[in-house]
Design a protein around this ligand. Structure first.
Ligand SMILES: CC(=O)N[C@@H](CCC[C@H](N)C(=O)O)C(=O)O
Length: 382
């Protein structure tokens, strides 16, 4: 690992940071990664694209298994407010969830093993559309992935709340079940001065948001965490026109599938009540649904013990988080685990000012290189 210079991966992260793209539209991102891969010795390298994603296999010298590693690729519809000189060039889009860091780390690990092959095969998965509508499930089911399906798989996610040098994870559930939520309400628009001739969806939508929040407090076991967040409301057209249409956009998070089912059935009932009470038409769209990230007990404990005993990094056994990650779909078919990587920054994930500490790139690459060498039973130790 000491033979790998980190600077090129910091530069790659900065390059990728400037071109955040929506899910399944990561064209420049894919091209940037493919161009970089083309600079590496190709002898042990096999590359396939899948939509805007990429699969990279590094052939081992005496493979008895294939170890998988996943990074996500897409950006978020956020107007960047960082102090960076390498801010996003895509107006209204930003890498605010660390996928630029994740890709740079994946490329660092991959580069190391191109130059220092180990016994086992390695598969690097560059997954598009993690933020939505979800690339993991269709990629997992694709013939390209199934042909190269690894025997185990792991991934990391940056964690603003931990110092650089911290690795946090737990066996079992790490991330929640999620469902997106889109509700449209259709009433009748009209003149602001003649409310009796219209049917105001601003009032119906306001009532609906408040009623939705009662589900968590009144219908869900308080010991079984759940969240309903309405992140966006779009109502009406002008201040003196009664709104004939409203759209609510949100997300549901639960730690159990029972709670997810219960919440959805309560939302249906409440929306039906709004239709009756406000004499309007409503439609519900559940959007993309992600299953929980359920870390394999044995593999995760082995990784945690290894970090504790073999590295200088701080291992934290953390609690479950209500964030979502479609990496959970890979873990439904392939044993593996995910962990948080500390990037210490005062702003959280999805914040326009988030500036992850780039020192974490070295920690992420170093940890995975050493652990993959340990897993294959061959490697050098730092
Ligand atoms: C780590 C992280 O922030 N993941 C996202 C996943 C998005 C899931 C989906 N689009 C939704 O909004 O439900 C998160 O928001 O947790």
């Amino acid at each position: 690992m000491s033979s790998l210079a980190i600077e090129p991966f910091i530069q790659l992260r900065r390059e990728l940071h400037q071109i955040p793209e929506p899910g399944f539209a990561e064209y420049k991102t894919q091209q940037t990664i493919l161009s970089y891969l083309a600079t590496l010795p190709s002898k042990r390298l096999q590359i396939q694209t899948w939509k805007t994603g990429i699969l990279v296999k590094i052939l081992g010298s005496r493979p008895s298994k294939c170890i998988g590693y996943r990074t996500d690729m897409d950006g978020l519809p956020i107007q960047e407010e960082t102090t960076y000189s390498f801010r996003s060039k895509h107006e209204g889009y930003m890498h605010a969830c660390g996928h630029d860091m994740h890709m740079a780390i994946a490329l660092g690990i991959l580069t190391y093993f191109v130059h220092h092959p180990i016994a086992d095969d390695l598969l690097f998965v560059f997954e598009p559309a993690e933020e939505g509508p979800g690339g993991a499930l269709p990629m997992l089911k694709s013939k390209e992935f199934q042909a190269w399906k690894p025997d185990m798989i792991c991934a990391l996610h940056i964690a603003p709340e931990y110092p650089v040098g911290t690795i946090a994870t737990r066996p079992g559930i790490l991330f929640a079940n999620t469902s997106e939520l889109f509700i449209d309400l259709a009433g009748i628009s009209g003149h602001a001065a003649r409310p009796h001739l219209a049917n105001d969806m601003a009032i119906a939508a306001s009532e609906l948001v408040l009623q939705l929040q009662s589900i968590i407090s009144r219908n869900i076991d308080p010991l079984d965490s759940a969240i309903i967040t309405i992140g966006k409301m779009d109502v009406g057209t002008k201040q003196n026109i009664i709104a004939g249409h409203a759209r609510l956009e949100g997300t549901i998070r639960t730690l159990s599938l029972d709670s997810m089912d219960r919440i959805k059935s309560r939302i249906k009932a409440i929306v039906h009540g709004i239709e009756q009470g406000f004499d309007c038409q409503a439609t519900i769209d559940w959007g993309a649904n992600y299953c929980q990230v359920d870390n394999d007990e044995k593999l995760t404990l082995d990784f945690m013990n290894w970090v504790r005993s073999q590295t200088e990094y701080q291992l934290v056994e953390c609690r479950e988080a209500m964030t979502g990650e479609d990496f959970g779909y890979f873990l439904q078919e392939i044993p593996g685990w995910m962990f948080w990587l500390g990037v210490e920054t005062p702003y959280g994930l999805h914040h326009p000012k988030i500036e992850p500490n780039e020192g974490a790139i070295q920690v992420g690459i170093d940890t995975m290189v050493r652990y993959m060498e340990y897993l294959t039973g061959a490697g050098t130790r730092l």
